[in-house]
Design a protein around this ligand. Structure first.
Ligand code: UDX
Length: 459
C-alpha cells in the first residue's frame, strides 16, 4: 500500500521504516529541511538502536523515501499518518498547532479518498476536530475522507522492537472501511509474519491483539496508558521515601508487590523520577483534559508532584553528605532521560545538574550517547571522554541513567581517581554489597540502610 507518514520524529520515523520493512511503499515527510537532508544523505536525526539499518535497507529497496512537501506525498498516498509533535503549551495543554497545520495542507491538496490517521499523542476529541476541519476547509469536493486514531506505544531505546512486537495495536474508527484498511496495513505485524529485524532467529509469536474501538476511546487509551505507567513509578517512589524514613528496602518491597499478577513487576523501579518526551507532557495534558471535562484528576496531579519533588530530594541527599556543595566537584554518570537513547528532553539528570549549578557546584559529566544534546541544553559544565574522566577529582559520583556500560566499569580504578569515594545511585543500578565492599560510601533510592545502620548502631 502507498502510505505517507508526516513527521520524522521518533514515532514517525520508526513507523515509516517499520511499514516499509513490512512491504508498504512509504513516503516520510518533514518540514525540517535539515532533517530531510540528513536522512537523504544516509544519516539519522537521533540515536535509536536498530533504526539506522532499517532506514538504510528500505531506502535502498526504494520502499522508503524522505521529502519535505506534504502535497507531493498526499497526491501519491491514500493513507496518511499524522505523526507530528504535540508538545505542551504553557498551561500544560497539548499544542495541536502542528496537527492543524498538517490538516490544513491536506485539505488544500487532497483529491479522492484518503484515510487520515492521527498517530501523534493527542487529547480526546482531536479526531472529531479533524473531521470537522476537513469538512470545512477541503478545497476539492471530491476529497472524501475517513479519520482514524492509531496511538503509538513505542518506548525510546526499544522503538524498533516495539513496532514489530507490540502488546496490542489500537485503532479508533468511524467506518468499517477504515478498520479494514488499518488491519491490512498492520497485517504482517498482527500475524507476526515478517523477518524480524531485531532478533536473530526470532521465534514465531502469537497473533497481536487488534483493538478496534471508536476514535475518542482510542485517544483516551493512549493518555490513560502513559498516565498509569507514570503513576506506578510515582507510587513506588512514594513508597521508597517511606522505606528511607522507617528503615525498609524499597527494592524488595517493589519485587514482592510486583509478584502479584494483578500489579506486575514492570515500572516499579524507584529512582529520580520519570522524564522524556512523553510521560511528563502526557500527564499534564491528561490532567487538563480531565479538568476541562469537570472530572477530578487530583490523582494524576499527585503523580506529577511526587515526580517533580524527586529532583530536590536527591540534591538534598547529596547536600546532607557533602555539607557545602559550593565549589565542590561532582561527577555525573548519565544525562539521557533513560538508557539506549540520546534524548535529554525532561531528563531528571539535567534537572539535577541545573540544581547543582545553582548551588555553585562544579559538574563533570559523561553519557555514552546524549552529550551533544545535553551540551545544547547546559553548555557550562565539563563533558568528559569517559566515566573515569568524569570521576577524576570529584567529591561524589551521581549515577543518573542506568546505562549498561556503567556496570562494566573498573570501580577500583574509579575509586583511585575520586577525591571522596561516594556514590549516590539515582537509578539503583549498582549492588550495594559490591560497591561498599570496594570501599565506597553508597546511597541509593529507597533503602533505609542508613536508618537500619543507625537502628543497629543504637542497639
Ligand atoms: C513511554 C511509554 O513507555 C511508551 O509506551 C510511550 O509510547 C511513550 O512513553 P519512553 O518515554 O520512551 O516511553 O520511556 P519509558 O521507558 O516508559 O520510561 C519513561 C521514564 O520512566 C524514564 O525516565 C525512566 O527512567 C522512568 N522509569 C521507568 C522509572 O523511573 N522507573 C521504572 O520502573 C520505569
Amino acid at each position: 500500500m502507498n502510505i505517507t507518514v508526516i513527521g520524522a520524529g521518533y514515532v514517525g520515523l520508526i513507523s515509516a521504516a517499520g511499514f516499509a520493512e513490512t512491504g508498504h511503499r512509504v513516503i516520510c515527510v518533514d518540514d525540517d529541511l535539515r532533517k530531510i537532508e540528513v536522512l537523504n544523505a544516509g544519516g539519522m536525526p537521533f540515536y535509536e538502536p536498530g533504526l539506522e539499518g532499517l532506514v538504510q535497507r528500505n531506502r535502498a529497496a526504494k520502499r522508503l523515501e524522505f521529502i519535505s512537501r506534504i502535497e507531493d506525498a498526499v497526491a501519491q498516498c491514500p493513507v496518511i499518518f499524522i505523526c507530528v509533535g504535540t508538545p505542551p503549551l504553557e498551561n500544560g495543554e497539548a499544542d495541536l498547532s502542528s496537527v492543524e497545520l498538517v490538516a490544513r495542507r491536506i485539505s488544500q491538496c487532497a483529491r479522492g479518498y484518503h484515510l487520515v490517521i492521527e498517530k501523534s499523542t493527542v487529547p480526546v476529541q482531536t479526531g472529531r476536530r479533524l473531521q470537522k476541519h476537513f469538512s470545512i476547509y477541503r478545497n476539492n469536493p471530491q476529497f472524501h475522507f475517513d479519520v482514524a486514531s492509531n496511538p503509538e506505544f513505542l518506548r525510546e531505546g526499544s522503538g524498533v522492537e516495539d513496532f514489530f512486537h507490540p502488546d496490542r495495536i489500537v485503532v479508533g474508527v468511524d467506518s468499517e472501511k477504515a478498520a479494514a484498511l488499518l488491519e491490512e496495513i498492520y497485517r504482517p505485524v498482527l500475524e507476526q509474519n515478517f523477518v524480524c529485524p531485531v532478533h536473530q532467529g526470532c521465534e514465531k509469536r502469537s497473533r497481536v491483539p487488534f483493538v478496534v474501538t471508536d476514535i475518542n476511546s482510542a485517544e483516551l487509551i493512549k493518555h490513560a496508558s502513559n498516565s498509569f505507567l507514570a503513576m506506578k513509578i510515582s507510587f513506588i517512589n512514594m513508597v521508597a521515601d517511606l522505606c528511607e524514613a522507617v528503615g525498609a528496602n524499597a527494592a524488595q518491597v517493589a519485587e514482592a508487590v510486583g509478584m502479584d499478577k494483578r500489579i506486575g513487576s514492570s515500572f516499579l523501579r524507584p529512582g529520580i523520577g520519570f522524564g522524556g518526551s512523553c510521560f511528563p507532557k502526557d500527564i499534564q495534558a491528561f490532567v487538563r483534559v480531565g479538568q476541562g471535562a469537570g472530572c477530578d484528576f487530583a490523582l494524576l496531579q499527585g503523580v506529577e508532584r511526587i515526580n517533580q519533588r524527586r529532583i530536590d530530594q536527591f540534591v538534598d541527599k547529596l547536600k546532607n553528605e557533602l555539607w557545602v556543595v559550593r565549589g565542590k566537584r561532582i561527577g555525573v554518570w548519565g544525562l539521557a532521560f533513560k538508557p539506549r537513547t540520546d534524548d535529554v528532553r525532561s531528563s531528571p539528570a539535567l534537572a539535577i545538574i541545573r540544581r547543582l549549578l545553582t548551588e555553585g557546584a562544579l559538574v563533570r559529566a559523561y553519557d555514552p550517547q546524549a552529550m551533544e544534546k545535553a551540551k545544547a541544553e547546559i553548555p557550562e559544565i565539563e563533558y568528559c571522554a569517559d566515566a573515569y574522566e568524569a570521576a577524576r577529582g570529584v567529591e561524589a559520583i551521581l549515577a543518573l541513567t542506568e546505562w549498561e556500560e556503567f556496570l562494566q566499569l573498573d570501580l577500583l580504578r574509579v575509586r583511585q581517581v575520586m577525591t571522596r569515594p561516594l556514590i549516590l545511585d539515582g537509578r539503583n543500578m549498582f549492588s550495594r554489597d559490591t560497591v561498599t565492599a570496594m570501599g565506597f560510601e553508597y546511597l541509593d533510592i529507597g533503602s533505609g540502610a542508613h536508618v537500619q545502620k543507625l537502628l543497629l548502631g543504637a542497639r
